[in-house]
Write a protein that binds this ligand. Structure first.
Ligand code: NDP
Length: 246
């Protein structure tokens, strides 16, 4: 008996960090995966090789999510390699922390370009192309509720992602596509050292009553749930996944 056809998932920013854990997990769940990167070409190739060695199917796609033409090209690469797209995981993101009084225009523009415009670019392409029954999952942040000082711009971009998620869920009526977001608390990746003191990083995990830092695989498991059959009735939601820090 032949095994069922693999579905196809694009995971933005998946050469490293949370995105890489998501790509590995979805591959284990029998998705063909598109590993998107902006700069981390070597890491993307290494991950694709690892997935193929484990019996999965993966391609790498360079695309800056802030550029609409790059995003369009990435979806076209998925079409050519795998025949279509069923799942978008909108994971690429940057964080540059500063109190508003000291924030630069460059910090504002960069986070808007990648986190908000990047999310828009990928959501728009997904809304046009994702097959019936598909799933769209975006990464927000628990900072939308925590509202810690210095996170204003970053949290504002993620609040925008959550709003687009809820609206798009309604716009896709009739296509059996769910649109959700996951809002992690602190996860041990390279995102954190940027703009953070060592003291702050060491302190944060102790805030979670589950008494350990969050790991990329914790978030990958929630993506797998939403992308799989068991998550089919969750739509237009934001799942806060932070070990209980809020
Ligand atoms: P990392 O800094 O570890 O990785 C960021 C990823 O985003 C990289 O793969 C990077 O790719 C990619 N990326 C950045 N800019 C672009 C761009 N213009 N186009 C395409 N890809 C890009 O971050 P995390 O893994 O920690 O974060 C992943 C997501 O989770 C982000 O959206 C983040 O905001 C969110 N999040 C993270 C939390 C955490 O504590 N870590 C908490 C809450 C939310 P490349 O290396 O190729 O540039």
């Amino acid at each position: 008996m032949s095994s069922p056809q693999r579905k196809v998932a694009i995971i933005t920013g998946s050469a490293r960090g949370i995105g890489a854990a998501i790509a590995e997990r979805l591959s284990r769940d029998r998705f063909s995966v598109v590993i998107n990167y902006a700069a981390s070409a070597t890491e993307a190739d290494v991950l694709a090789d690892k997935i193929e060695m484990a019996g999965g199917r993966a391609i790498v796609a360079q695309a800056d999510v802030s550029q609409p033409s790059d995003v369009e090209r990435m979806f076209e690469m998925a079409d050519v390699a795998f025949g279509g797209v069923d799942v978008l995981v909108n994971n690429a993101g940057i964080m540059q922390l500063s109190p508003i009084a000291e924030a630069t225009d460059a910090q504002f523009d960069a986070q808007i370009a990648v986190n908000l415009k990047g999310a828009f670019n990928t959501l728009r392409e997904a809304a046009r192309r994702i097959r019936q029954g598909g799933r769209i999952i975006s990464l927000s942040s628990s900072q939308v509720d925590l509202l810690h000082p210095s996170y204003a711009i970053y949290a504002a971009t993620k609040a925008g992602v959550e709003t687009m998620t809820r609206v798009l869920a309604k716009e896709l009526r009739g296509r059996k596509i769910t649109v959700n977001a996951i809002a992690p608390g602190p996860i041990a990746t390279a995102l954190f050292p940027e703009g953070n003191s060592r003291e702050a990083i060491d302190h944060r995990p102790s805030l979670a009553p589950l008494d350990r830092p969050g790991q990329p695989v914790d978030i990958a498991a929630i993506v797998a749930f939403l992308a799989g059959q068991d998550g089919a009735w969750i739509n237009g939601e934001v799942i806060r996944a932070n070990g209980g820090i809020i």
